[in-house]
Design a protein around this ligand. Structure first.
Ligand SMILES: CC(=O)[C@@H](O)[C@H](O)COP(=O)(O)O
Ligand SMILES: NCC(=O)COP(=O)(O)O
Length: 238
């Protein structure tokens, strides 16, 4: 069964808008765990506009489930943070510093040598590595050559196209998932997954290990409450 890792970036965004500590990122993470989330995801960005580096240090000592840190390993500060905090998983995302949010996966063909080195560094510390990729067979095959444990399929296109045709939206992801299985990579997925599109994705993608969900889940929690929201997301994955 795919596990749910709740991305709490948006809680930090709300906190930062007033400069105090409300809502409390740490308390929210602990509540997510209490309500059944199997992991906590954070994606610190260089400008610390949502999750701050210090939040990640605090979270690591407080949470009991898996911590997944996403970000750009070309930033020295990010690499230091990961090595210092030793999360269960690091997800490598090729973001530009000024991006509003992630909008593409790694080109694992072009950057294979770099990815081999950085995967080796994190794995030598016992940290599981996942590489954020578009659902492109070439990218999955080349990811296998980097030494990564998993890939995370970037699901924005699925979420968008699902509204017109779930079957067509899923097709490239199904192909990508089959290739990941053939080359021995574990499979994660994330970006814009929500209560409408998650069940179909989970039911049809073989070998899905983890989804990380933030934006829609936190928005749903405004209407449903965090406990009920997490219950409903877990139900989609059951
Ligand atoms: C890697 C990814 O898919 C992103 O969804 C990300 O984790 C969210 O980042 P922001 O919260 O900065 O939009
Ligand atoms: N890796 C994806 C993630 O953590 C959350 O993405 P989103 O649900 O905020 O789009």
């Amino acid at each position: 069964m795919a596990r749910l890792s709740v991305n709490i970036n948006k809680i930090a965004t709300l906190r930062n808008s007033r400069g105090g500590n409300n809502p409390d990122v740490l308390q929210t993470a602990l509540a997510c765990e209490r309500f059944g989330a199997q992991g906590i995801t954070v994606h610190p960005r260089p400008d610390e506009r949502h999750i701050r580096y210090q939040d990640v240090y605090d979270l690591k000592t407080a949470i009991k489930t898996e911590l997944n840190i996403e970000g750009n390993s070309r930033e020295d500060k990010f690499v230091r943070l990961v090595l210092d905090t030793q999360p269960a998983q690091v997800t490598l995302v090729p973001d530009d510093p000024n991006q509003i949010t992630s909008n593409h996966g790694w080109d694992t063909v072009k950057h294979q040598a770099y990815l081999m080195d950085i995967c080796a560094l994190f794995k030598s510390e016992g940290i599981r590595v996942s590489i954020f990729v578009d659902p492109d067979p070439k990218m999955i095959e080349a990811a296998a050559g980097t030494g990564t444990d998993r890939v995370e399929l970037y699901t924005e296109a699925y979420a968008r196209d699902y509204l017109d045709s779930p079957e067509l939206a899923l097709a490239p992801y199904l192909e990508a998932a089959k290739i990941a299985q053939q080359v021995g990579l574990g499979l994660n997925a994330g970006h814009d997954l929500d209560l409408h599109n998650l069940r179909y994705f989970n039911q049809h993608i073989p070998g899905l290990l983890e989804v990380s969900i933030g934006h829609a889940l936190i928005a749903d929690a405004l209407y449903l409450g965090l406990e009920e929201t997490i219950r409903q997301y877990l139900e989609q994955l059951a």
